[in-house]
Design a protein. Structure first.
Length: 412
């Protein structure tokens, strides 16, 4: 493995392949659901609330299986996890395209949720930390820069194919893209295995990994990071599911509302590019804190946008940038504070509350809306972000665990 000073991620074909594969798998699973939801509602007559519950269920399944996927990757099974999960996703999408029954549709998407646990960012990043070590940060950054355009691919392609043919054809097209593009890219991208097994123990690898995972769980840092990241995504999940209804309630013109929402995706990519520039002068820890502060500032801007509409684009840029940067800083900070040993299991366990937060965000926000309207919902969104900042800063103040410190902060 090249030293960090010698490593050039842009010359690493394997990482480029993983970036392309992640773009396709995100577009063909999580984003495909959002893009085709209106067609399922209109053509099949299924209530939007029922379909949304299926999506929440898929996220729950992904959350529950994330630690298991992480443990397998820790045991040098990254290629098997990513390739088999993508293969199963393609098969399930074909099955979805033929279903007429809501019950079968729900079961198939719950299964897709299981596959997401082994194919989206968290398992990919766990593989990169496991296989790239000191060079993982730049590899993760490249993957997120490319895969940040998954939504840009998913929504127009799904809409075009669904309008030209039907939604079933859209699902089949993305199943084909996963088989023809994502699978070969995952296979090529996971050629590199860990040069050494990252354990200082004389125990067998599986037992050593379990011991490292249990050791990390006993630290306050583990729980503070879980709390911080979960609240971040509770904040973001509330935004992406309730922003449009809030803007409609404020009688914001539809074109302006759509423009605001459309800024979220590009702002994620822009935030990641800005991070690459800033990290020359600012530490990754400071960037991580700034990314969460962006969510707090975005929530404040959204509240005051009720009075000054020009704050809506400001909100969108801050929200998108914060989430975009955090997708990179999350695995880096976990590895820096808790070490690379058993990283997949640790990161997967921390991903569990994150995915649960995303799954329940819409329901929690709806309940709060019934109590106090959108003023209460988005006022509490400020609180979620501020507590996330406090929890992250507390974890950073504690500093790296002794075993992580001894490894000289390998994720950087």
């Amino acid at each position: 493995m090249p030293a960090p000073s010698q490593y050039r991620v842009t010359r690493d074909i394997d990482v480029w392949c993983l970036a392309v594969a992640e773009t396709i798998i995100w577009a063909g699973s999580l984003y495909l659901f959002a893009a085709l939801l209106p067609y399922w509602e209109s053509e099949l007559g299924w209530p939007k609330t029922h379909v949304a519950m299926v999506f929440s269920g898929a996220l729950f399944m992904s959350a529950l299986l994330s630690p298991t996927a992480g443990r397998l990757i820790d045991r040098d099974m990254g290629r098997s996890v990513l390739v088999l999960s993508a293969t199963a996703t393609a098969i399930l999408l074909v099955a979805v395209s033929f279903t007429q029954s809501f019950a079968l549709f729900a079961c198939l998407w719950l299964a897709v949720g299981c596959c997401m646990a082994g194919s989206l960012y968290d398992p990919c990043f766990a593989y990169l930390v496991h296989s790239r070590g000191d060079n993982a940060k730049s590899a993760i950054t490249l993957v997120t820069l490319v895969a940040g355009f998954a939504g840009t691919l998913a929504f127009p392609v799904n809409t075009y194919v669904a309008e030209l043919y039907n939604w079933r054809a859209s699902a089949q097209v993305f199943a084909g893209l996963i088989v023809c593009v994502a699978l070969p890219c995952f296979w090529i991208g996971t050629r590199q295995r860990a040069t050494v097994h990252e354990t200082s123990s004389d125990q067998p690898p599986a037992k050593a990994d379990d011991a490292a995972y249990k050791r990390a769980r006993k630290t306050l840092t583990f729980w503070l990071l879980g709390l911080s990241f979960a609240l971040m995504y509770l904040n973001h999940g509330t935004v992406i599911t309730h922003l449009l209804p809030k803007l409609e309630q404020q009688q914001i013109p539809l074109e302006y509302a759509v423009f605001t929402i459309s800024l979220l995706g590009p702002s994620q990519v822009a935030g990641r590019v800005l991070m690459i520039v800033l990290e020359r002068w600012i530490s990754m820890r400071a960037i991580a804190v700034i990314s969460v502060l962006c969510l707090a500032l975005a929530a404040i801007a959204l509240v005051f946008a009720s009075y000054w509409q020009w704050l809506l684009p400001v909100f969108a840029v801050l929200q998108g940038s914060g989430v975009g940067i955090s997708s990179i800083t999350r695995p880096v900070i976990i590895a820096e504070l808790l070490g690379r040993e058993s990283f997949g299991a640790i990161a997967g366990a921390i991903a569990l509350p994150v995915m649960v937060a995303m799954a329940i965000a819409s329901t929690v926000a709806s309940g709060l809306w019934l109590v106090g309207g959108y003023d209460l919902v988005f006022a509490l969104n400020i609180l979620f972000a501020l507590v996330a900042v406090a929890a992250l800063m507390a974890a950073l103040r504690i500093g790296p665990a002794p075993w992580a410190h001894a490894a000289n902060n390998p994720a950087d």
